[in-house]
Design a protein around this ligand. Structure first.
Ligand SMILES: C[S@@+](CC[C@H](N)C(=O)[O-])C[C@H]1O[C@@H](n2cnc3c(N)ncnc32)[C@H](O)[C@@H]1O
Length: 152
């Protein structure tokens, strides 16, 4: 199964949608970072674009623990996030869009740039690519992590 985490109403083609607010008809709902009704190890690929900069830094371990739970060993995690030099301009656009135009308060808008990569545990980085203002990182879930979990 391919899951678009925090997809909004237009998930990546071929992916299931999931989100925590907005449209009422997602394939899956997210609550406290957990995708409801999805068992562990049910995803082959998770795509997550322009979501992580909305997550407060102290919650990032919860987010990555959920990616770890959902993905099969060897599964792929594709993250697309604005590069650090675009954080400020992106934040200004987010403030205008979410706070002034949509009057949306649930979506967090952390003010400072967070290097989320240091929270990615149990994954191996296999590919990096730039696309417009974003950096796209592809990780695979380490099989070794699974083995260690199994032993413990
Ligand atoms: C900028 S939009 C990106 C939407 C889509 N991924 C895309 O690239 O077009 C940010 C998305 O992250 C979701 N999001 C923000 N905070 C979230 C949270 N705590 N849990 C789940 N989704 C969240 C929002 O609801 C929104 O759909």
């Amino acid at each position: 199964m391919k899951l678009d985490y925090g997809s909004g109403s237009q998930p990546k083609e071929g992916f299931k949608s999931s989100d925590f607010c907005g449209a009422p008809n997602y394939d899956y709902y997210i609550k406290d970072y957990r995708v409801l009704d999805l068992e562990g190890g049910s995803c082959d690929i998770i795509h997550c674009r322009n979501v992580i900069h909305h997550i407060p830094e102290q919650d990032l371990p919860l987010l990555f623990a959920e990616f770890n739970r959902l993905l099969k060993p060897g599964g792929k995690l594709i993250i697309s996030e604005p590069r650090e030099e675009f954080h400020r301009s992106n934040l200004i656009l987010d403030i205008i869009w979410y706070r002034f135009l949509k009057n949306e308060r649930k979506i967090a808008l952390p003010l400072y740039y967070v290097d989320y990569k240091k929270y990615v545990k149990g994954f191996q980085l296999v590919k990096t690519k730039n696309e417009f203002n974003n950096e796209i990182l592809t990780y695979t879930k380490s099989e070794a992590t699974q083995l260690l979990r199994f032993v413990n």
